[in-house]
Design a protein around this ligand. Structure first.
Ligand code: BDR
Ligand code: CA
Length: 368
């Protein structure tokens, strides 16, 4: 297994919380003869996830990957504004579940704008409709009437310690859920989010788009106190879909396959236009980490989100050593009184087996 690394991993491979949890789930699945597992039991053994999304080209890829992966049981899709408006995002999410014939999955709209700033969308990167200008038929599925943060709260209480949140857009809905009902925090199995970076941003020098899209919400989510895995630019930028991968997808046919073929082609063409070697698989990789945590290496770090910096608003500031000096000021000089330990609040992905992930992605959606 080859891991591309952004930094050296101080803890062994697959040491993340999500890794331990999912590995045990896979071991349970492997230990039970398939013939002895009823469909209901099988669906209970899968990791239950709620995907919070701003679809979005790479969001669409992530959703299709999750819906076609037996390791996951997608309980709901909640929509947040980000890449596109809340209205467009809801329409897109409904079209995606319809394409996959999964009207059984609740799809709910939530926040209409970030907590404390104006919504700024990114159609320039995701296409006018957010789906790479690929038009899908009108959805057969109807939206759930619940407000997304309420749906998240209800589902977590209904299935305590079972649900993993997979946010792949700005963190507004998740923060609103935590603020409304903080008792959900210890009841969540984990959070695997696409966002942040410890190696520079993509919106500007310091900030990644999802965190930049709602920094106050992100700070609430990072400080909530739940097991959190940060799938940031550090690994997303190493997970590149190329024209050769598009060609691989073109070998098979099917409604989802064909849609994803057109979207990935849009993404690769656009990325190349801006000088990148291919399309970064940001959101699909977060789904991939929920599916198979051993795809990444993680390091435990304390992460804060900068909300005030002139040049750094939205930066995820990671303490890589989890210590700070206790400096004592003596008029014109200071002394270091002691070294204080800082408790990590995130498993930050620092390495990825990118080809293994791309192969997994293609294999799951081919022919669908
Ligand atoms: C993130 O920003 C959005 O443009 C993508 O959908 C992804 O969630 C990458 O920075
Ligand atoms: Ca997204």
């Amino acid at each position: 297994m080859i891991f591309a690394r952004s930094t050296r991993c101080r803890r062994g491979p697959c040491s993340g919380v999500a890794g331990i949890l999912s590995l045990s789930a896979l071991l349970i699945l492997a230990a039970v003869p398939t013939s002895a597992v009823s469909p209901v039991q099988a669906s209970q053994q899968r990791k239950q996830v709620i995907i919070d999304t701003d679809p979005g080209t790479d969001d669409a890829l992530a959703i299709m990957l999750a819906l076609n992966s037996p390791e996951l049981n997608v309980q709901a899709i909640t929509v947040v504004p980000g890449n596109v408006t809340a209205k467009q995002g809801l329409e897109n999410a409904l079209k995606l579940v319809s394409l996959a014939n999964r009207c059984d999955i609740p799809v709910a709209g939530g926040a209409q704008h970030p907590l404390f700033q104006k919504l700024v969308t990114a159609e320039f990167w995701h296409g006018k409709n957010g789906l790479g200008n690929v038009e899908l038929p009108a959805s057969k599925c109807k939206p759930d009437s619940r407000w997304a943060p309420d749906l998240i709260i209800q589902m977590i209480h209904a299935e305590p310690h079972q649900i993993t949140l997979v946010p792949i857009g700005p963190l507004t809905n998740i923060a609103l859920a935590v603020e409304k009902d903080p008792s959900i925090v210890p009841l969540v199995k984990g959070v695997v989010l696409m966002g942040g970076s410890i190696s520079g941003g993509n919106v500007n020098a310091s900030a990644e788009a999802n965190i930049y899209g709602d920094p106050e919400a992100a700070q609430i989510v990072f400080q909530a106190g739940w097991p959190l895995t940060m799938v940031g630019l550090d690994v997303g930028n190493m997970t590149i879909f190329t024209h050769a991968d598009v060609d691989e997808l073109a070998k098979t046919r099917g409604p989802e396959n064909d849609f994803l073929l057109r979207v990935t082609k849009f993404m690769v063409d656009l990325s190349e236009k801006y000088g990148y070697p291919g399309a970064a698989m940001y959101d699909p990789l977060a789904a991939g980490v929920a599916i198979e945590p051993t795809i990444v290496k993680t390091e435990a770090m304390h992460v804060d989100v900068e909300t005030r910096g002139e040049f750094t608003r939205g930066e995820t500031v990671a303490n890589r050593h989890n210590t700070v000096e206790n400096n004592v000021l003596h008029e014109d000089h200071y002394t270091i009184d002691s070294i204080l330990h800082v408790t990590p609040n995130a498993e930050v992905c620092t390495g990825v087996d990118s080809r293994r992930f791309i192969k997994l992605f293609i294999s799951r959606v081919q022919g669908k």
